[in-house]
Design a protein around this ligand. Structure first.
Ligand code: NAD
Length: 373
């Protein structure tokens, strides 16, 4: 076997800084845990690529749709630049990864790590350790809708909020399974009381799609007697998540709510630069940081690569579980521990965490810690 085929993309803005550090750590993990990687890319793609190629396409010609289906795992730096939103003639890649690859689960951990301060006062490492589990293929982002144009003016805009039984069932079931296993967490259960808990958060009673989401959740609770059920309206959850974050373990929610709440979780865990995530389905998975291209700091080599490093680590864990390859699951744990060790030492830290180290210095420190473990 020539190794796991890992397809990579750099993206826009800080993608060019954080992606090489994630690749460095991936290679260190492959050495340390004894598996082989065949790198496809990382290829450029994104808004900047469109503009610098006469608006012809957002990705290189050699990146075909087939590559996405053949790859064992995929990672992508953030794509999009604020000045170009709505001005590009097409998508950033030949496939819409979330929809075409049916990556229905967006897993976004929020853990207060050693050596890091939350924006919430008085919280110690380990006091906060929850996962925002975002449904990733439905809700407001299905792209079913459009504009009514009259006389050249956009007069009416319609977005349809779509929720299906299949879509709700599979993400909620995954939520129960994740609460049971403690996957991607520092330790299983909620930090405050150790209970395995799945919180359902949406706006039932108001939106029909959320009524369906909540009903399906309620109907499934009996199948998981070891997981404590808990439901909170999404507006209330944005309050409780700040007031009592330690109560939460896994929190499942429809697509757009999860998109917004996971950025808030970035602040809760100390920086968006720490917020890793995977987009996962049954057959494919791609790693992508929770944040965007951060144009306000791009090009200075000061962005925090932890988000991208953890995302790639989570992707290895997903692949390890699917292929029953313990080396990959161990590699994720090794990367997770290495990030903690570097943060706890407080010697190498990027400016978002109050330090003065570069993106490259932080990535190298994590790669070294992975090899040392
Ligand atoms: P952003 O997430 O890029 O940045 C928000 C804030 O977080 C900024 O202050 C930024 O400096 C900081 N930040 C983000 N990542 C960081 C890191 N790794 N280290 C240190 N600080 C970090 O949000 P935005 O500015 O609203 O969006 C910029 C562009 O990114 C937009 O064009 C948007 O469409 C795009 N975007 C892409 C994705 C994606 O590809 N998945 C996700 C969100 C936004």
């Amino acid at each position: 076997m020539s190794g796991y085929k890992i397809l990579g993309f750099i993206g826009d803005g800080i993608g060019a800084e954080i992606v090489p550090e994630a690749v460095k750590v991936l290679n260190a993990a492959a050495d340390a845990y004894g598996f082989d990687v065949e790198h496809l890319g990382p290829y450029p793609c994104g808004a900047h690529y469109w503009v610098s190629h006469q608006m012809m396409r957002g990705w290189p010609e050699e990146v075909t749709s087939e590559l996405f289906y053949e790859a064992d795992g995929i990672y992508k730096g953030p794509t999009g630049l604020p000045d170009l939103v709505g001005r590009l003639p097409g998508p950033y890649l030949p496939v819409n990864m979330r929809l075409d690859l049916d990556l229905y689960a967006n897993v976004r951990p929020c853990r207060l790590r050693p050596g890091v301060e939350s924006v919430l006062r008085g919280r110690e490492p380990g006091d906060i350790d929850f996962i925002v589990l975002r449904e990733n293929t439905e809700h407001m982002y299905v792209g079913i809708g459009g504009f009514l144009r009259r006389g050249g003016e956009r007069e009416l805009a319609i977005d349809n909020y779509v929720q299906t039984r299949k879509g709700c069932e599979r993400i909620i079931r995954l939520g129960f399974e994740m609460a049971r296993s403690g996957a991607y967490k520092g330790r299983p259960g909620a930090p405050a009381d150790g209970k395995r808990r799945l919180t359902c958060s949406c706006k039932w009673g108001l939106c029909k799609g959320d009524d369906l989401f909540k009903d399906i959740y309620d109907g499934m609770t009996g199948e998981y007697p070891d997981v404590e059920p808990d439901s909170t309206w999404i507006d209330s959850w944005s309050y409780y998540a700040l007031m009592r974050p330690g109560f939460y373990d896994v929190v499942v929610m429809p697509n757009q709510y999860g998109d917004i709440m996971s950025d808030m979780s970035g602040a809760v865990q100390g920086s968006l630069g720490l917020a890793g995530s995977i987009n996962a389905g049954e057959r494919h998975c791609f790693a992508e940081a929770t944040h965007g291209s951060a144009p306000d700091i791009a090009g200075r080599g000061v962005s925090n690569p932890t988000s991208m490093i953890l995302s790639v680590g989570m992707m290895l864990n997903w692949l390890g579980e699917k292929r029953k390859d313990q080396r990959l699951m161990d590699a994720w744990r090794g990367i997770d521990r290495a990030v903690d060790a570097v943060l706890a030492a407080r010697k190498v830290r990027t400016p978002d965490l109050g330090g003065s180290s570069s993106t490259e210095q932080f990535g190298s420190a994590v790669a070294k810690a992975v090899k040392a473990a």
